[in-house]
Design a protein around this ligand. Structure first.
Ligand code: PEP
Ligand code: MG
Length: 756
């Protein structure tokens, strides 16, 4: 069997397993089978990473599991760990490192092939096969085992996490597990974990048959009714706290449930002999597949909703209570993914944190958490619900870490930090009306980033001098069709009015990458290099024209809007936009609507724009640096991929030098420069940006006071000198070190956590 075929089979079967032990057993059994060997065993590192322990075997005696342990350098397994390379021996017992363990019964086996299992550059275990015959394993067998070990590294490291987690429960307090994720929203929180289990995928249910048809039909109808009620009350609960757009989704769900066909077809299938669950599965799948095949992307996306509803009815039918009991104490929601509608089921009073196993810093969940000031950590990978549910955890949103089963000491330490943060925030309140000016009178503007109407007031409350980035795609993402010109105008008007006369930098639709519209789905092999930002809008000029018209109309009264283009990579894009803008202004004029012409700027997020900045600069009125994307594209590191997140760093010298170049070039052209990525809320990075002479920093409202404190404490002269030191350094760690030591010396050590 081909390695990939064998692996596919293992992964398929693994889906049905519930414990780590079962998974390990499955792996050794299948690998032994496909390699035609006589033994297959797995050794994993123990909790302290000191011993390599036999955790599963097919062929050796079961009683050896957990007992056979080797240090690095000790025995054949220890030898492999020491050298981190494979070992292929004709007769294992003849090797100088061989150590005999009587529990194993391994004396009968001669041929030995062991390969290291490495996950993210870290050795986590060894996979071994053995044969009765004295023989070397062939090159093909070596290649096969290496491939299998590489593919199993991910699942095996999950097993290791689970093992560590199970140790937590047996030895409370001393085994906290720190899990690294991706930043969602900053802050520190402590709360009891409330695990939201995903609904079962209906399609995986096997067919079952029944005799008592009437009872099954009654159970189905009852489940259907209670799901309807649940959705209704979810929608009602929400009405006051979320936008109309989100609320409207509930109406769509109810309409789907009222669809007579779903009821009739399920009943018919039950009468034909299927149980209610099996009948429901067929009905839902049939309808979902019809949607799957439709051309219209909006309708196609509805298949997902139908499946979701089916899963909820199934959960009810099988007596899993889908209604959520709200804890009466601070709690942290943990789930695979969380949609905005799911979060909206909770009152936000006690919700102090959100942890998602999947998802990115750009997902809706992160955006909403930011807007609400709730700590969020994304993409932490699989966590078994049984081990973490209802335990106390600590979240450090600045470092994107979650500490499950936080012991007393850890909790105390973090409570101290929370108290310190609260004091800091209170202390910072008095800065609200003071200018963001360095002690030697260098003035910058501090603006807020927004996208939800919900984040308008936090910005104003914290003294934002304007909006430096309005992410206009967010209202588009919350809608279930393209918002009309009227709808858009109203939303933009609200934002512009709330901030008038302060400036608002409206970014045009930045769709693509991981920001998809549910009603305009398209798949690309490489979405970050694909149909994104200005490329998408220029290619869909009718959508773009509507947005431009709406922006222009919204600005009639307040005249405080500037328009900013995302993801610009070539001059033609700016020229094409200007043509569209002229057209929109002319169209409106012909309709008797006179609108002011706004300033137009571009975001510098793509390396090509850095290089051709001089050409771009001649065409625009201002520059805004999107450091999130600029870092991603300069370093070729996907900003949402946990595998490479340790390489994603805006203090990388390549990023610092590029930003310095952008600021200098823009100033030569007398253009103001702002920076609106995450970097603007990092106190260490802000020192460098001040040194470069940045004009505006724009960030999420919650970070404004801290950054104002940095600005008001570090002199411009000092930041210029630190910048020149930093520019001579080779890596981000050295750069961060000198900046953080400056913060400590300046008495701003308390802010360092915000650096991430
Ligand atoms: C950026 O890329 O830095 C930016 C501000 O835009 P977004 O995060 O919305 O892509
Ligand atoms: Mg961007």
């Amino acid at each position: 069997m081909e390695p990939l075929q064998a692996l596919r089979k293992i992964f398929q079967e693994a889906g049905e397993l519930s414990s780590a032990d079962e998974l390990l057993h499955l792996i050794v059994a299948r690998v032994k089978e496909v390699t035609h060997s006589d033994v297959c065993s797995i050794y994993l590192s123990d909790e302290e990473q000191e011993d390599w322990v036999l955790v599963a075997t097919e062929g050796l005696s079961d009683s050896a599991i957990g007992k056979v342990r080797m240090r690095t350098g000790d025995g054949l397994v220890g030898y492999i760990c020491q050298h981190q390379s494979l070992l292929n021996l004709e007769n294992g017992s003849k090797h100088r490192n061989y150590r005999y363990f009587s529990e194993t019964g391994e004396e009968h086996f001669a041929g030995f092939l062991g390969v290291p299992v490495i996950s993210f550059r870290k050795l986590i275990g060894v996979l071994v096969i053995q044969s009765l015959d004295i023989r070397f394993f062939s090159d093909e067998e070596e290649a096969f085992l290496i491939t299998i070990a590489a593919q199993l590294a991910g699942p095996l490291s999950t097993v290791l996490n689970q093992e560590k987690l199970s140790a937590i429960t047996s030895d409370e307090g001393s085994n906290q597990i720190k899990v690294q994720g991706i930043k969602g929203s900053t802050g520190i929180s402590i709360g009891r974990i409330h695990f939201l289990a995903p609904f079962k995928d209906l399609a995986t249910i096997k067919d079952h048959y029944c005799d008592d048809k009437e009872t099954e039909i009654a159970a189905f109808l009852e489940a259907l009714e209670s799901v309807k009620l649940e959705i209704q009350s979810g929608g009602d609960k929400l009405a006051s706290s979320v936008s109309k757009d989100v609320h409207a989704l509930f109406g769509v769900y109810l309409m789907m449930l009222d669809n007579d066909m779903i009821v009739r077809e399920t009943e018919t299938r039950i009468r034909e002999g299927l149980t209610a669950s099996s009948a429901l599965k067929h009905t839902i799948e049939e309808h979902a597949q019809k949607f799957d095949q439709l051309e219209d992307p909006y309708l196609r996306a509805r298949a997902e909703d139908i499946r979701h509803l089916g899963a909820r009815i199934y959960a009810r039918l099988n007596a899993h209570d889908t209604s959520i009991e709200l804890p009466d104490e601070p709690f942290i929601l943990v789930a695979k993914t969380l949609s905005i509608t799911e979060i909206a089921q909770f009152s936000v009073e006690n919700l102090v944190g959100i942890v998602c196993m999947e998802g990115s810093s750009l997902s809706h969940t992160a955006v909403l958490a930011n807007a609400l000031g709730i700590t969020a950590v994304m993409g932490i990978g699989d966590i078994p619900s049984k081990k973490v549910d209802q335990q106390v955890a600590v979240m450090d949103g600045y470092r994107a870490q979650v500490i499950f089963n936080a012991g007393d000491h850890m909790q105390k330490e973090y409570r101290r930090l929370i108290a310190q943060e609260n004091r800091l925030t209170k202390g910072l309140d008095k800065l609200k009306n003071l200018p963001a000016e360095t002690p030697d009178h260098y003035r910058v503007n501090l603006y807020a980033n927004t996208g939800l109407l919900a984040d308008i007031s936090p910005g104003l409350e914290r003294g934002a001098e304007g909006i430096g980035l309005y992410r206009s795609e967010i209202p588009f993402m919350l809608h279930d069709t393209f918002p009309t010109e009227e709808e858009q105008t109203k939303i933009y008007e609200k934002v512009l009015k709330a901030y008038a006369p302060r400036s608002v930098y409206m970014r045009t639709l930045d769709i693509g990458g991981d920001k998809a519209l549910p009603y305009f789905g398209f798949t690309e092999e490489n979405p970050y290099l694909g149909w994104r930002g200005i490329r998408f809008t220029l290619d869909n000029s009718s959508i773009f024209l509507i947005q431009i018209r709406a922006l222009l109309k919204a600005n009639i009264e307040t005249k405080n809007m500037k328009v900013m283009l995302p993801m610009v990579s070539r001059v033609e894009e700016v020229d094409a936009f200007r043509t569209l803008l002229d057209e929109a202004i002319l169209q409106l004029k012909e309709e008797g609507i006179h609108v002011p012409r706004p300033s137009v700027g571009i975001m510098i997020e793509v390396p090509s724009a850095v290089v051709i900045l001089e050409h771009l600069a001649k065409r625009v009125d201002f520059i805004s640096i999107g450091s999130n994307d600029l870092t991603q594209y300069l370093l070729a590191v996907d900003r949402n991929n946990p595998k490479v997140s340790s390489l994603y760093n805006f203090l990388n010298p390549a990023v610092i030098h590029s930003i310095h170049h952008i600021v200098r070039t823009a100033h030569q052209y007398r253009l103001k420069v702002s920076l609106c990525g995450e970097m603007a809320s990092d106190p260490a990075a802000v020192i460098l940006l001040l040194g470069m002479g940045i004009d505006t920093l724009s960030m999420s409202a919650f970070n404004l006071p801290k950054i104002k404190w940095v600005v008001r404490t570090i002199s411009h002269q000092r930041s210029v000198s630190l910048l020149s030191k930093a520019m001579a350094l080779e890596n981000e760690a050295c750069i961060r070190e000198i900046l953080e030591s400056e913060l400590v010396q300046a008495g701003l050590g308390g802010l360092i956590r915000a650096g991430g």
